[in-house]
Design a protein around this ligand. Structure first.
Ligand SMILES: CC(C)(COP(=O)(O)OP(=O)(O)OC[C@H]1O[C@@H](n2cnc3c(N)ncnc32)[C@H](O)[C@@H]1OP(=O)(O)O)[C@@H](O)C(=O)NCCC(=O)NCCS
Length: 177
């Protein structure tokens, strides 16, 4: 079996990160096109955002490398107390992606464990993640790694024509807007 290296992402990985982030966004948009937005130029948006996060002390951006090529990435960040979610400070596993050809070989597990370890090391008392309801493959992996289900998100769309159009924004969707 070819060995996998998990390492911190660098600015030079920006293009690959943009491509993988966009693939993750498209997967979610395909699950539910109204819940998961797909902004124009999604590759550039992810590239911009993840490169910015590489320099953020509260974020962890890791890549999985095999034979000199990137086959996945994991992205997490420290989050503060959130009264609306009844959630004390914590780490959030935000993104996880493994290239289709590299799946079922333990890359996802290594990325999750490495992002979680980095968040715990930076003081997170626990790590949370969200996973799309139909994504049973990811849920199986997370359950196997010790994550328990704690919240169920539900979405109801406005009737057609009732919602105001949102203005275009810059970059990758993020929890801080
Ligand atoms: C989910 C994902 C990261 C798993 O990566 P991976 O490298 O295949 O994961 P690993 O090889 O470490 O672990 C595989 C485990 O994941 C689960 N799994 C992965 N693919 C699965 C599938 N198609 N069906 C069911 N379970 C699956 C199983 O528990 C599997 O363990 P097993 O092989 O012993 O049955 C990868 O499929 C992926 O990138 N998917 C698209 C993006 C995504 O869903 N990201 C998570 C968003 S929350």
């Amino acid at each position: 079996m070819t060995s996998i290296t998990i390492r911190a992402a660098s600015a030079a990985d920006g293009e690959a990160l943009g491509r993988m982030g966009a693939a993750l966004a498209r997967l979610h948009h395909d699950y539910d096109a109204t819940r998961f937005m797909l902004p124009d130029d999604i590759e550039a948006g992810y590239q911009w955002w993840l490169r910015r996060e590489i320099d953020n002390k509260k974020a962890v951006v890791l890549v999985a490398e095999r034979e000199g090529g990137l086959v996945g990435y994991g992205y997490g960040r420290l989050e503060g107390k959130d009264w609306n979610r009844l959630l004390d400070r914590h780490g959030e596993l935000v993104d996880l992606w493994v290239a289709p050809a590299a799946r079922r070989a333990g890359v996802g597990e290594q990325l999750v464990e490495a992002v979680v370890a980095a968040l715990l090391e930076r003081g997170a008392p626990r790590v949370l993640l969200g996973t799309a309801a139909p994504n049973v493959a990811a849920q199986r992996l997370f359950a196997r790694l010790g994550f328990r289900p704690t919240m169920v998100e539900m979405t109801r769309d406005a009737p057609p024509g009732a919602a105001k159009k949102s203005r275009p924004g810059r970059g990758r969707p993020s929890s801080d807007g």
